[in-house]
Design a protein around this ligand. Structure first.
Ligand SMILES: [Zn+2]
Length: 509
């Protein structure tokens, strides 16, 4: 079955020192444009708030005042117009907010305006309770050194500027050609055969490296059913853990790309953050001793960023190996429905009721997040859809680690510290995680869970996300075969309506 999917191809760039400076400048312009658009929105919002306050002071009830007051929040077209009027021009020696704009690709500005629109919309919808997932905060300005350095160019139908010039060189629109660290042969051929059409490119910095994520519309041959070998192996139960990355109900080959132990049933957890902890602590100690604003501090700070970035790269490599292996080997991959945000909530408590064992819980949280269960699950969701298999999800409350996989007896006294499961009913003694994996294999409902909308969408119910992750801070790093949520091509966005009802308790200004 031929299906069109959005897929990102991520390349590590090898820019020349001059190009690196230029990349940083372009990122700076993207930040400037985002902040410009956000400032325009915030100003309008403040005006609206002030007008409402005046009406309320005049004796009109708050709800009515809100309805009466109309201040449009400027979205991209309006912002663009204002920007063009104010930007100035170095060539004509006109001062302005961005007089060097003609040295930068216009899409750098446009996509930043779009991002500001989206940030505003996300906040509004989250505020109104129309958006699932974690609460989205009031949009903040991007600060140099704080925000991720990145810019995005969209593919221009008239002048297709984003393409691989050779297997080793990527043309990034008017930026020019940049050498690649790795080979772009695969994408080069897919584009040549007409199987992939470039949509956009996002250039970003991670630690000391630069990446280009080329988003393509790819015509993929997606099998509508598992292969015979997948079907023979059938369903596998996966218990995601901390000690081991995952315990499986059926073994993986010990000589495959995934490191396994326990006869192929336990997937080793490299825990990259823990491994890097010592180095990170040292780098942070060095950083803390440098004088603020000094060159040495800047350097030490870069070192910390580099180490964090390495952790993310390593974690990702392992996750991709595991998820691809599971999705291609079995016809159904069964996992628990984990609530990662809830699991990793801080134990700190409040000032009146402080929590207990806060440090221990923080350590456990770090360990859980180091094995990235949410990301593993997300990758499984789209990869099973690519390889003809299915993802099955066990109900969150089903006690998979407290039930005997043999006779069904439940041991309510089991705690996280008990590494083995003993069944007092039938005498079964088994590794706790393996027992859970067997339970997960047996107790998940299979049909069509994976094709259910909830599985193909992310927690934020975002629309065109197939097969998509969130381009957020943790998931930002993408890899060779990762599906990536596509930034929509530039289009006129409707001005967001302002502000939602149910705004009652929080006064923003
Ligand atoms: Zn039993």
């Amino acid at each position: 079955m031929k299906t069109e999917v959005l897929r990102a191809y991520r390349f590590t760039l090898a820019p020349s020192p001059a190009q690196e400076q230029k990349l940083l400048r372009w990122c700076g312009n993207a930040r400037l444009a985002f902040n410009y658009a956000l400032a325009a929105k915030k100003t309008a919002h403040e005006q609206w708030r002030a007008q409402v306050d005046t009406l309320v002071a005049g004796g009109i009830p708050e709800a009515q005042a809100r309805k009466q007051t109309k201040v449009p929040i400027p979205s991209k077209p309006t912002v663009q117009k204002a920007f063009n009027a104010e930007r100035g021009d170095t060539r004509a020696e006109v001062e302005g907010v961005c007089p060097w704009w003609h040295e930068v690709n216009t899409y750098v500005f446009q996509s930043a305006f779009i991002d500001a629109d989206r940030a505003w919309k996300n906040w509004l919808e989250s505020f109104a309770g129309k958006r699932a997932g974690r609460r989205v905060g009031y949009p903040r300005f991007k600060k140099r050194g704080r925000a991720r350095d990145s810019f995005r160019l969209h593919h221009d139908v008239k002048k297709p500027g984003i393409r691989l010039a050779t297997h080793r060189r990527l043309r990034i629109g008017s930026f020019g050609e940049v050498r690649l660290h790795d080979s772009g042969k695969r994408l080069f051929r897919q584009v040549a055969r007409g199987e992939a059409v470039v949509q956009s490119v996002t250039v970003s910095r991670g630690g000391h490296r630069w990446y280009a994520s080329v988003l393509c519309k790819v015509t993929m041959d997606i099998p509508d059913r598992p292969t015979r070998r997948q079907t023979e192996r059938g369903k596998v139960g996966v218990d995601l853990g901390v000690k081991v990355l995952a315990a499986l109900s059926k073994p993986l080959p010990t000589d495959g790309p995934v490191k396994v132990s326990g006869g192929g049933l336990l997937v080793d957890n490299p825990r990259p953050l823990r491994a890097a902890m010592q180095g990170l602590a040292k780098a942070q100690r060095v950083l803390s001793r440098k004088q603020k604003g000094s060159k040495a501090r800047e350097k030490a700070w870069q070192r910390v960023g580099q180490l964090h970035h390495q952790v993310a790269v390593r974690r990702n490599a392992v996750l991709h190996q595991v998820t691809k292996t599971l999705a291609t080997r079995f016809s159904i991959v069964a996992v628990e429905n984990l609530h990662v945000a809830g699991m990793t909530r801080s134990a700190r408590g409040t000032a009146e009721a402080p929590g207990r064992r806060v440090r221990q819980k923080a350590g456990l949280n770090r360990a859980i997040l180091d094995s990235a269960p949410g990301e593993l699950r997300r990758q499984l969701a789209y990869k099973t859809s690519w390889y003809g298999s299915q993802l099955a999800v066990l109900d969150r409350w089903w006690p998979s680690s407290k039930t005997c996989s043999d006779c069904g007896w439940q041991d309510t006294s089991q705690t996280l510290a008990d590494r083995t499961f003993h069944c007092t009913n039938c005498g079964l003694t088994m590794d706790r995680d393996l027992n859970a994996a067997l339970n997960i294999e047996r107790h998940t409902e299979t049909p069509n869970v994976a094709s259910d909308r909830g599985e193909t969408q992310n927690a934020c119910r975002a629309s065109v996300r197939l097969p998509g992750p969130r381009a957020g801070e943790q998931g930002a790093a993408k890899r060779e075969d990762a599906g990536l949520s596509g930034p929509a091509p530039p289009r006129r966005s409707n001005p967001p309506t302002l502000p939602p009802q149910g705004h009652k308790q929080v006064k923003l200004f």
